[in-house]
Each structure stands twice: as structure tokens, then as C-alpha cells.
Ligand binder design. Sequence first.
Ligand code: FES
Length: 325
Amino acid sequence: MASKHIEVVVAGVRPLTPRIKEYLLASADGRPLPRYEPGAHVALHMASRDRGPIVRHYSLIGGLAGRDDPRHVYRIAVQREDRARGSAFIHDTFAPGTRLRVAAPVNDFPLDRRDACTLLIAGGIGVTPIVSMARSLARRGCRYRVVYAGRDPAAMAYRDMLEAVAGDRVRFHYSDAAGVLDLRGLLASQPDGTRVYVCGPAPMIAATHDAGAALGWDPGRVRSEVFAAGPTGDETAFEVELRRSGRTVRVGPDASILDALRLADVPVLWDCARGECGLCPLPVVSADGPIDHRDRYLSAEERAAGQTLCICVSRIRGTRLVLDA
Ligand code: FES
């Protein structure tokens, strides 16, 4: 996958909830930013003086009618995770005028507007791509519904924006008061042929897929994107030696092996960056600590053998990893 970095500058900061802030990232040179489709995300590349490179991925929310131009501004929202220092770094250091690099948008969660009916389900900060999708469906007059679940109204960003976009097509579910969202009941009540898009925490994604399976739905009718906070911040740094090229790269606690190799301009193959597609695994020569496999691609046997790892998500619990690359 080609990587094209774009210089941007923070043009606005707005608190949305006690833990979520919105950031507007403007083109630094005034030229239009690359276009994107609903569901797309950007990778932010930052550098912390004491922790090294930080890379985080955030969904693009789109513009507000009449308030900013999506060709020149990317809108993202960042939830501060107690254990994820990348988000804490953003909350603590990003201010109007902060400059950083972003990669060109990537879309692993594309919206198909040809479906007869669409159900969008958001959990917590997973609302960000759902807002963009709802806006797109509304603009085209598509038949759709939105369900946005969170603990309580005060913790849920963009409720007003969703209401403005979707009106009475959106339903809010407050789990502190109403308990866990009944996903099976929700899916069962949809018109025939409805396709579901769900973004939120991993258990919610799994429960939605399970609900679809229990109802006998074709697996393709549920599309999902896990809201992942990235490395937890409790990670430790380690070195990666590339045996064939003779290079050694440091992987900081706030970046993946893939991030570190790309930042060092080491050519690597990758696509999903989520441990799903199987494009990035590299052969392991040795590791001085256990491999922490975090992908969903390798088989249990391959993981146990320890001869390969997905560099986009997996790490080692040690100090030195040698790859045959
Ligand atoms: S890039 Fe897809 S599994 Fe790593």
C-alpha cells in the first residue's frame, strides 16, 4: 500500500464530553486534502519527546454544513483512554497551530448505498464513522435507521449532530438506565434485506455478528469496524533487527512494528493494519521474549509455532526481535 503523508495543522479544538475532544485538522499549505468516503480513517503520525513515534488511527467525521469545508479540513474525535498514552498525548499537546503529519485516508469500512435498507449501530466513540455514513445516506434519500448506544447522554459525543442529520431515524440507547442493547431483537425487527454497519467496542461487534448468525443472516449483511484504542500505553519498547537488510529499528510503546518500519522507510506490505488481511506477516528468526499475537489472521498452530507474526498489531514481550526481512 502506498503511503503519502500530508502536513496538517490543528485548526480547532472542541470538548465534546469529559473524555472526548474534537479536532479540526487543516491542510498546512492550503491545498485541498485527499477526498474520502464515509467509513474512512486517517493515521496521525506524531512524535513524543520521551516516548518516540506515536501513530493513531481515527475515523473521519465529515464537515458541518456551512461551517467548514471537508476538502480543506479533516474532523476527528479523540477519546482519552486512561491506559492509552497516544490519546492522552493528543489531549495534552494538541492546540490550534500544532503541526503534524497524516497519511492519506484509508477506508476499511465502506458503505454500500445500493442496499434497500441500512441499519447503522454505534457504540460509544464508535459513533464517528456512523455520523459520516448517516449523513451520506440522508443526502441520497436512502432508507436507513441509526441506533447509538452509550452509558449515558453526557458520555456520548455527537448526539446533536446525529439528530440534526437523521432526525427521527435515530434512536439513542442509554445502557446505564436501560441495560445492554438487545442486538438480536434489533436485527430481528429490521426489514428484509437490511444491511448492518456497526462500530464500537469489540464485544458489541461480536454480539452483533452473533445476533446476525443466530437469525440465519448471511455473514456479509453485518459489516463492522472495531473501535481500537491502539497500543495500551503499557507496552514496552523493543528493537527489531531486519536480518536480510541489516537494519535495526526501534519500536516505541506507542507504535506498532509496521508503524516503526514505515517511519524508517522500510518497504513492507500491508493493508488492513488490524491483523485481519494477512498481508503483513513476516518470518521470525528469533525473539528474546514471548510473541504477543494480536491478529485474527494466523491459525492457532501458526501462533504456537512462533515462526511468523503480523507486524501491524503483534509485539513481543522482550527487547529484541529478529525478522527475516
Ligand atoms: S496489515 Fe492486514 S494483517 Fe497486518
